[in-house]
Write a protein that binds this ligand. Structure first.
Ligand code: V47
Length: 367
């Protein structure tokens, strides 16, 4: 394989990967520019095996999107709606609780809850939905509110972010999902989401959360108008932040879905670009323990292949996905845990049902 990788012009990077050396920004750009997906995959798989062996994680989770009413109205988003617009909705505290109650007979261990930047819901609402979920299912882990929402909640609470997080924690918040990161570049943010929290503030909030003992995830929305340099700059910012705090659990590359967005003239991402984003992330983010192949966005079949291209986590059962489906996703809104186990096993890996913080729930080794 060395000869093959050298012929692909990536011998210098293979040397570093084999020696466990950190890749430079130039290396990241070179990897993205290479069309040789097998060379990238081989190297990413080497790192994946070094970090996680054959272990491949999934979670029994349920997504709840409490409201899509949003003042940001990002151009890449089909989910966010202006208040009063057709398809705008907001759930009452009781409706959020009912979503959890409806699935009490399922072994769900995590609620993943995000929403838009709502113009007038009060801070108490957010505390009430956290408390409400815990009331219905006290043992559940709530992973909720992106760093963008946390910034908004701190404004509503009129308190510093650290203090706001403490209040949210007391109400039931367990960790923070990775959404809202998009691409940190100011150029991209100005063109696609000018009203959104700036990239450097997103990172700042993630770092504050880590210091308050809350783990977070990180994402990158790729496949629209960002350049390769901007992708690597994004990954570098995450790697630098992780060096400081160590609080990120997983990185999730998010494939842009154009339908029903203001960027609908763009086409969908390709399989090669999807795999490349997994592989480059695994190679570049040497301090991130986990890379997710999010089946909702790239489809279960490609997510399965991605397990040999650097990914060690398939996310979970999800139950009711709305954000990507409003933007034209053709995957199902949920997937059975048996299907996830089968996909993982057939990829020659060990399925492990995990909790949010990667605690092992079922290692499937008695089967
Ligand atoms: O924040 C919005 C992105 C995110 C589109 O933390 C779009 O484990 C594609 O963050 N096409 C929400 N993506 C999803 C998300 C997530 C999903 C799964 C796991 C985790 C985790 C996080 O989806 C948004 C935004 O970045 N998004 N519009 C679109 N048209």
């Amino acid at each position: 394989m060395r000869k093959y990788i050298e012929q692909a012009g990536l011998g210098n990077i293979l040397d570093k990967v084999e020696a466990g050396e950190r890749l430079s920004v130039e290396d990241g750009i070179q990897l993205y520019n290479s069309p040789d997906i097998l060379a990238l995959g081989y190297m990413a798989n080497m790192v994946r095996n070094r970090l996680n062996g054959d272990k491949t994680y999934y979670i029994y989770n349920q997504h709840i999107n409490y409201s899509n009413i949003c003042t940001n109205l990002c151009k890449f988003c089909a989910f966010g709606k202006e208040k009063g617009a057709d398809k705008a909705y907001e759930m009452s505290v009781e409706e959020v609780k009912q979503k959890v109650r409806d699935r009490l007979d399922e072994p769900i261990t995590e609620v993943h809850m995000v929403g838009g930047i709502h113009p007038d819901l009060p801070f108490e609402y957010y505390l009430d939905i956290l408390r409400g979920i815990k009331e219905v299912k006290p043992e559940i882990h709530i992973q909720a509110f992106t760093c963008v929402e946390i910034a908004h909640l701190a404004k509503l609470a009129d308190k510093p972010v650290a203090e706001t997080l403490e209040i949210l924690k007391e109400a039931g918040l367990g960790s923070i999902p990775g959404g809202g990161a998009e691409v940190f570049s100011t150029r991209i943010r100005e063109l696609t989401c000018a009203d959104k929290l700036p990239g450097r503030d997103w990172i700042e909030i993630a770092k504050i959360a880590h210091k308050q003992g809350l783990n977070t995830n990180a994402t990158m929305l790729y496949g629209h108008i960002e350049t390769i340099e901007e992708r690597v700059e994004h990954l570098k910012a995450l790697r630098d932040a992780q060096d400081e705090t160590g609080g990120f659990l997983a990185f999730i590359p998010l494939a842009f879905h154009p339908q029903n967005t203001e960027m609908s003239s763009l086409s969908r991402t390709t399989g090669i670009d999807d795999l490349k984003n997994v592989a480059v992330a695994r190679l570049f983010l040497d301090n991130f323990p986990h890379i997710k192949a999010y089946w909702v966005m790239i489809g279960p079949k490609l997510a399965q292949i991605a397990l040999s291209f650097g990914a060690d986590d398939m996310d979970g059962t999800v139950k009711e996905e709305i954000i990507t489906h409003m933007a034209g996703a053709d995957t199902e809104q949920a997937i059975g845990s048996n299907t996830l186990v089968k996909l993982i096993r057939e990829a020659g890996r060990q399925p492990i049902e995990r909790g949010t913080l990667y605690n092992v729930i079922n290692a499937h080794d008695q089967e």
